[in-house]
Design a protein around this ligand. Structure first.
Ligand code: NAD
Length: 254
């Protein structure tokens, strides 16, 4: 589905990013595992190459314009094209994850800037590249918490919380997805959001039981359960889809 497409996955060394890179390579793409953590990105790229896929690691800080432009320039030099960017990195500062009462103004602003600002920068710079080179495809990772109110009761009696910044960031990502789609739709640049529910990652059993009670066939999904929808959004099967937000959560948000 992705034969010969050059696909950049930011945060490609992370929980979802790694699975996305593996899936995109399995479908014939040349995957650029772009991450702040180059060592971890190299590991993912090596793992893909070891099974016959095509992948390269690249260092990228999504909050740094020079880093973004250096990546775009070097990819264009080496491959002559870039087809897609998956905005998937997950920057947060050291105070991330505090409950509402303990979030300071400074930390709120910093986390929103890092994550939402970084997604804006990546979408902006890649969209400008795509417009100048005949088109391209942006997928922004959002979340069910960009559209639904948190179910705070499922976090009770666990150390976990749903950060207030996350609601601000992800709802804004869904809306700038529409903005970019509209702004660039005459230029062959499309832009969609993908909103997973929670992803299985050693959460406490008590939390999982409560979370799963709101789901359908499986309960909390694994990274690989989201990858098929990403491949679809990156492929020509979704060629005329733009400005949309696809939710994949086994029914949790219904
Ligand atoms: N894990 C979930 O439950 C879940 C659910 C819904 C949506 N999401 C979204 O999916 C995306 C990926 O989440 P994840 O759980 O795989 O994250 P993760 O923390 O496992 O991985 C994030 C990756 O981003 C990299 N990174 C951090 N700051 C960066 C920067 N400034 N520049 C480049 N790379 C940077 C990290 O090194 C890491 O490899 C995020 O947008 C997240 O909000 C995650």
């Amino acid at each position: 589905m992705l034969n010969n497409k050059v696909i950049v996955v930011t945060g490609g060394a992370g929980l979802l990013g790694r699975r996305f890179c593996v899936a995109a390579a399995e479908h014939g793409g040349l995957v650029i595992v772009a991450d702040l953590n180059l060592v971890a990105a190299e590991r993912v790229a090596e793992e893909i190459r070891a099974t016959g896929g095509r992948a390269e690691a690249a260092t990228l800080d999504i909050t740094d314009t020079d880093s973004m432009n250096a990546l775009i320039a070097s990819l264009h030099d080496r491959h002559g094209r870039i087809d897609s960017i998956v905005n998937n990195a997950y920057p947060r500062n050291k105070k991330w994850g505090r409950k509402l009462e303990d979030v300071t103004y400074v930390d709120f602003c910093q986390n929103v800037s890092l994550h939402l600002g970084g997604y804006f920068l990546a979408a902006q710079q890649f969209a400008l590249y795509f417009r100048a080179h005949g088109g391209g495809n942006i997928v922004n990772m959002a979340s069910i918490y960009g559209t639904m109110a948190p179910r705070f009761e499922i976090y009770a009696e666990t150390p976990m919380i749903m950060p207030v910044e996350y609601a601000a960031i992800k709802s804004a990502i869904i809306q700038i997805t529409r903005y970019f789609a509209q702004y660039f739709k005459a230029d062959g640049v499309r832009c969609n959001a993908l909103s997973p529910g929670g992803i299985l990652d050693q959460q406490p059993e008590a939390f999982l039981q409560k979370y799963n009670s709101h789901c359908g066939a499986k309960g909390m999904l694994e990274a690989q359960d989201i990858a098929g929808t990403l491949v679809y959004l990156l492929s020509d099967a979704s060629r005329y889809m733009t400005g949309q937000n696809l939710i994949v959560d086994d029914g949790f948000s219904l």
